[in-house]
Design a protein around this ligand. Structure first.
Ligand code: BDR
Ligand code: CA
Length: 313
């Protein structure tokens, strides 16, 4: 693909096993250009997620893309991490050397603002962790709003994985999610309804191993750790690589079936804090604000991942 038609993206992440796979998918696919990687507290403290992002970039030879450290706490709530799913480091399993790649001096929120303001309105934000940085950037510089082409979010769904109602990324900072979902910027949401279709079953795992390069080996090691809780606790056939779905959507939206619906974020409920309240039947009569993904073309998705992994030499 001609470089002029690449979709420009900024990945805001909390690596995170599936965040790592999202970065790797973006890093070697000809249809997207990663402008920057920003980090946030989520799966682990932001110091850890930032170190993990640098390690991933170094391993993948992603040397020119800036990595900026972002918010260490949600806007209002106490921080919550996910060592039960991702381990203490946020990316337990593979052992990677300490990276020589350095984090930017600029804070992630400022980097987001300056990249967007300098753009022609052609940058898509891909937040695959809690939405703290994105909300802070919107509040600090509202002039970025018309500059954002689209936000492709991993979060939410019609059910939860952290509470019965709430998915982890939205639950960790629902106030931030509320700011983003009410921003008026075009949003596509990859919730659990979608990402639980992106499960690395044994046959997919074998296809990844068969790629037989150092990145496929790294993905294999990530999956070995990440699949554990999903298999043992949730009874899944493997790990869902949630965050990779957002990058895949930027690469090829035709692999996804979506519906434009009204989605509001619950910030007050005793049992429903962090829920994405999706108006499936249109009962509110309110203007749809989110393109919600519900179906995944398995062939296109896995072929895209395998093909991209082969691009690492
Ligand atoms: C989301 O939470 C994190 O654990 C994953 O990285 C993903 O972004 C899934 O609920
Ligand atoms: Ca994540």
């Amino acid at each position: 693909m001609d470089t002029t038609t690449k979709r420009k993206i900024i990945i805001d992440c909390d690596p995170g096993h599936d965040d790592a796979i999202a970065i790797l998918l973006a890093g070697a696919n000809p249809n997207v250009e990663v402008i920057a990687i920003t980090t946030v507290a989520g799966n682990a403290e932001v110091e850890k997620t930032t170190l993990n992002a640098l390690k991933i970039c170094e391993l993948a030879g992603i040397t020119q893309i800036p990595v900026a450290k972002g918010a260490g706490q949600p806007l209002i709530r106490e921080r919550r991490t996910a060592p039960d799913i991702h381990g203490e480091s946020g990316m337990d399993g593979p052992l990677l050397p300490y990276p020589s790649k350095k984090v930017e001096n600029e804070h992630a929120v400022d980097l987001l603002i300056h990249k967007l303001m300098a753009s022609a309105g052609d940058i898509t934000l891909v937040p695959v962790g809690p939405l703290t940085n994105i909300a802070m950037a919107m509040r600090k510089e509202p002039a970025i709003l018309p500059k954002i082409q689209e936000i492709v979010i991993m979060g939410g769904g019609t059910f939860g994985n952290t509470t019965p109602a709430a998915e982890f990324n939205i639950y960790v900072d629902a106030e931030a999610a509320k700011v983003v979902f009410e921003s008026g910027v075009p949003i596509t949401m990859m919730g659990l309804d979608l990402t639980h279709q992106a499960i690395v079953t044994d046959d997919i795992h074998e296809r990844i191993l068969a790629v037989d390069n150092h990145i496929a080996q790294f993905v294999h090691e990530l999956l070995e750790f990440f699949a554990h809780t999903y298999k043992e606790v949730f009874g899944f056939a493997g790990a869902p690589i949630h965050d990779a779905c957002c990058v895949a959507y930027c690469i090829d939206p035709t692999a996804f079936g979506t519906k434009k619906l009204r989605v509001d974020i619950e910030t007050k409920g005793e049992h429903t804090y962090g829920m994405t309240v999706i108006d499936l039947l249109g009962v509110t009569g309110r203007e749809p604000n989110v393109n919600v993904a519900f179906t995944l073309d398995q062939v296109k998705f896995w072929d895209m991942l395998i093909q991209t992994l082969k691009n690492y030499t």
